[in-house]
Design a protein around this ligand. Structure first.
Ligand SMILES: [Zn+2]
Length: 151
């Protein structure tokens, strides 16, 4: 006989699960109470994980600076619009340097975009996503420019 601390019943040892680590080789609580304990632990863990993962989610939605962050990361070569890596990551390109360009684009309106003075995909030369290579121009100007580069 063994007493279960959770339901405080004295029941036969066969209602206790096996736990080789404990002195008597049995689980501390009976099978039914252990089931409840595991359920509670799972729920606790799931909730705390959810909270931790979504901690910054609502901030990201409310702050317009974060909305531009995705585009800034993208152009920094972390990932493309399709989610895959396109350009090599340039470690010296800092988020705080490139982000103002994307913020200015949002202030000016949808007809503007961030342009790379020396294009990233140029045939002769390949530019980088560093602040010195960024400018804010209209989409029409950008389309006209294409991948060409005038010295
Ligand atoms: Zn019990």
């Amino acid at each position: 006989m063994k007493e279960c601390p959770d339901c405080s019943k004295k029941i036969s040892k066969k209602f206790f699960g096996i736990r080789s680590l404990s002195k008597d080789g049995l689980q501390p609580a009976c099978i039914l109470c252990m089931r409840e304990r595991r359920k509670a632990a799972y729920k606790n863990h799931a909730e705390s994980t959810k909270k931790r993962v979504n901690k910054n989610w609502h901030i990201r939605r409310e702050d317009p600076a974060y909305a531009n962050m995705d585009n800034a990361w993208r152009s920094m070569g972390y990932y493309s619009a399709w989610g895959e890596r396109r350009y090599p990551i340039r470690p010296w390109a800092r988020m705080k340097d490139t982000l103002p360009f994307y913020q200015r684009v949002q202030e000016l309106g949808p007809q503007y975009c961030v342009d790379h003075i020396i294009p990233l995909g140029g045939k002769l030369v390949c530019g980088l996503n560093v602040p010195e290579n960024l400018q804010v121009i209209t989409h029409i100007e950008n389309r006209r420019k294409g991948y060409s580069y005038q010295c």
